[in-house]
Design a protein around this ligand. Structure first.
Ligand code: NDP
Length: 258
C-alpha cells in the first residue's frame, strides 16, 4: 500500500484519471480510500465506472478548485469519508493552461485565471486539508509513506533554469502557465519549510509529470499517461526522505533544477 488514504484533484480525465486507475489496479499501491475530485461528477463517466467497480476504495467528490467559499463544506465531506484515519497524501493535480501566449498578446485575465487555478487554489486546498493531513501522522506505519505527503503537480515550464536559449522553440512565451508553475514551486518549498518547523509532520514536494499525451500535452507528447503515472507512483512508493522534502522532481524521481 502506498498510503492508507489519498485525495487527488482533477480526476475526470488526463493524469488524474490515470492515477486513480493505477492506484486501484496495482495491489502494491491500492489505498484503503481514494478521494477523487472533479468539477462535474455527473459527467465523469470513466471515473464513475471505476467508483462502481470499487465502491469501498473510491469516492468521487465535486470540487471546483477555485471555489474557496465551498472549501469548509468540502473538508467536512472529506472528513466524513476518512473517519479517524486522516489524510495520508494530497495530490494537487488539477491544472490549466490558456495555451500559447506571447509577449505581444498576453492578457491580464489569462495571467490571473491561470495563477488562480495553478497556484492559489493548491495553496488554499493545502490550508483547508492541513488538519486532516496532520491527523494521519502515525497511521502509515509499515507503509512506504512514513509521513503525510503533499504533492503539487508542477511542470518543467515552471523551471527558470530550464528556460534558456538552449531550449529552442520551448524557450520564452507561455507567460501565464510558466509564471503560475514557478510560483507553485516556490509555494511548495515554502510549505515544506513551514511544516518542518512544526516537527516535520507533513512533507511537500513538486513533480513535473513529463510532457504527456493528455488534452493538455497533446498527441505529439513523448510520454504516455501510463508511463508518467507509473513513474510517479513508483517514486512515491519508495518514500520521500528528509533530504528530498521540499524539492522538485521529474516523473522518474530525478531532481530538477528550479
Ligand atoms: P488535462 O488538461 O488533461 O486535465 C486537467 C484536469 O484539471 C482536468 O481534470 C480538469 O477538469 C482539471 N481542472 C482544470 N481546472 C480546474 C478547476 N478550476 N477546478 C477543478 N478542476 C480543474 O491536463 P493533464 O492531465 O495533462 O494535467 C494534469 C497536471 O499535470 C496539471 O497540473 C498540468 O499542469 C500538469 N502537467 C501536464 C503536462 C502534460 O504534458 N500533460 C506537462 C507538465 C505538467 P475539467 O475536465 O473539468 O476541465
Amino acid at each position: 500500500m502506498l498510503t492508507k488514504t489519498i485525495l487527488i484533484t482533477g480526476c475526470n480525465r488526463g493524469l488524474g484519471l490515470e492515477m486513480v486507475t493505477q492506484l486501484l489496479s496495482n495491489p502494491a499501491w491500492k489505498p484503503d480510500k481514494i478521494i477523487a475530485t472533479c468539477r462535474r461528477p455527473q459527467e465523469a463517466a470513466q471515473l464513475n465506472a471505476l467508483a462502481a467497480q470499487n465502491p469501498t476504495q473510491l469516492k468521487v467528490l465535486p470540487l471546483e478548485v477555485t471555489d474557496y467559499q465551498g472549501l469548509p463544506s468540502f473538508v467536512e465531506s472529506v472528513k466524513a469519508e476518512l473517519g479517524s484515519d486522516g489524510l495520508g497524501c494530497l495530490i494537487n493535480n488539477a491544472g490549466f493552461s490558456p495555451g500559447m501566449t506571447r509577449l505581444t498578446t498576453v492578457q491580464p485575465e489569462q495571467m490571473m485565471e491561470t495563477f488562480n487555478i495553478n497556484t492559489v487554489a493548491p495553496l488554499m486546498i493545502i490550508k483547508a486539508l492541513l488538519g486532516l493531513l496532520k491527523e494521519s501522522n502515525g497511521h502509515n506505519q509499515g507503509n512506504a509513506l512514513q509521513q503525510p505527503l503533499i504533492v503539487n503537480i508542477s511542470s518543467i515550464l515552471g523551471s527558470i533554469a530550464e528556460n534558456n536559449e538552449n531550449a529552442g522553440s520551448m524557450s520564452g512565451g507561455v507567460y501565464p502557465y510558466r509564471a503560475s508553475k514557478a510560483a507553485l514551486n516556490m509555494m511548495t518549498r515554502n510549505v515544506s519549510l513551514d511544516l518542518a518547523k512544526n516537527q516535520g509532520q507533513v512533507q511537500a514536494i513538486c513533480i513535473h509529470p513529463g510532457w504527456v499525451q493528455t488534452d493538455m500535452g497533446g498527441p505529439n507528447a513523448p510520454v504516455t499517461p501510463q508511463q508518467s503515472i507509473q513513474g510517479i507512483l513508483t517514486f512515491l512508493g519508495a518514500g520521500i526522505s528528509q533530504e528530498q522534502n521540499g524539492n522538485y522532481f521529474d516523473f522518474e524521481g530525478k531532481a530538477m533544477d528550479w
